[in-house]
Unconditional design. Structure first.
Ligand code: ADP
Ligand code: NA
Length: 330
């Protein structure tokens, strides 16, 4: 196969993915597996850069994988694995640590945000070198493109610099990857405060749609989304952020264009839009929930899928690591 290779990771989270994770990232991963040679991983090594409960982390990693499968990742068409199952990530990360300048690593703005949250005592060296583990994640697989949100662009630039430096010193070793910035149109906003994005850390309980919540609860949240005092259903993110957010969600979940939806709701007002969108969302989350529960209720199947994914990933990763070890003199 001569398809470009993509690699992307998602953090294991204690609970459910939210609608922003699905529409902004996971959904695009699902379509990329059709056009690309796709590697997707649950990044549990990254998760321990901040404190984790061991049993909870173990469960979260499996729950993340179960949700990715429920969302449509097909282990026959992509390589899905858990990062810690492939020891080459940690091994290459050490080498990459030694080829990254302390100064250039210190310029990563995401570290500044994350360490501010952890405080001086709570900030680990792991949190600081997180982007260098990310370099290893990407370079191990010779990824051509890395689907990420805008906030990760700086880390991809660092990966490119370090890869090019290594290649310059030791000859062509790594593919220099390009960022594949996920579509901004897929950005989902908080249902109660459409000025901010839907986010597990920043949203109020009523502003966020958890994919594994009771569908009834979800429908209620959609029906009570904040709109504005006008009644015209029109896509206008500046003047009508709430309605535009709902139209964006509606359009992405159904494949109907925004223009078509505007026409369909002409003269009907916000109530009809919210009621029908609540149905669209529950129609999507209901089978998603069932599939996730099926994977979580069948650990043998889930483990077998992840073991096979790790085996496929390792075949590539081990080869890259062997070449790197040889070149640096091991
Ligand atoms: P959160 O912002 O809730 O902490 P993460 O940072 O774990 O979510 O995001 C995981 C993935 O989901 C990332 O690729 C991110 O770009 C995407 N994502 C998160 N929130 C949104 C959103 N509101 N709209 C679109 N994509 C999102
Ligand atoms: Na985030």
């Amino acid at each position: 196969i001569d398809r470009p290779r993509v690699l992307s990771g998602i953090q294991p989270t204690a609970g459910s993915f939210h609608l922003g994770n699905y529409l902004g990232a996971v959904r695009q991963w699902v379509s990329l597996q059709e056009t690309h040679d796709a590697f997707y991983m649950v990044v549990d090594l990254h998760a321990i850069t901040v404190p984790q409960d061991p049993e909870e982390l173990r469960r979260s990693s499996r729950l993340a994988a179960a949700q990715l499968l429920a969302a449509g990742l097909d282990p026959e068409r992509c390589t899905l694995f858990v990062q810690s199952h492939v020891p080459e990530h940690a091994q290459l990360a050490w080498v990459m640590n030694c080829f990254t300048g302390f100064g250039e690593a210190s310029r990563m703005t995401q570290f500044k945000d994350k360490s501010a949250k952890q405080g001086a005592e709570g900030t680990t060296v792991g949190l600081f070198t997180y982007p260098i583990l990310q370099i290893a994640d990407i370079l191990l697989y010779h990824a051509d493109q890395v689907p990420v949100g805008e906030d990760q662009r700086q880390h991809i630039e660092l990966t490119r610099d370090v890869a090019a430096r290594f290649n310059g010193r030791f000859g062509e070793t790594f593919t220099v990857p390009a960022p594949y910035i996920l579509k901004e149109t897929a950005k989902i906003y908080d249902l109660q405060d459409p000025a901010v994005k839907m986010s597990k850390s920043a949203s109020s309980p009523k502003g966020i749609i958890w994919l594994l919540d009771e569908p009834k609860k979800t429908a209620k949240k959609v029906r009570s989304a904040v709109t504005d005092t006008d009644t015209v259903v029109r896509y206008d993110p500046e003047a009508k952020p709430g309605v535009s957010n709902l139209l964006g969600i509606y359009s992405t979940l159904t494949g109907r264009s925004v223009a078509e939806l505007e026409q369909a709701y002409a003269g009907k007002g916000y109530g009809a839009l919210k009621t029908e969108l609540a149905e669209v969302v529950t129609d999507w989350v209901t089978p998603f929930r069932t599939r996730t529960e099926e994977y979580m209720g069948d650990p043998e199947t889930l483990d077998a899928i992840l073991a096979k994914g790790a085996e496929k990933a390792r075949a590539v990763a081990a080869e890259t690591l062997a070449e790197v070890y040889d070149k640096v003199g091991f």
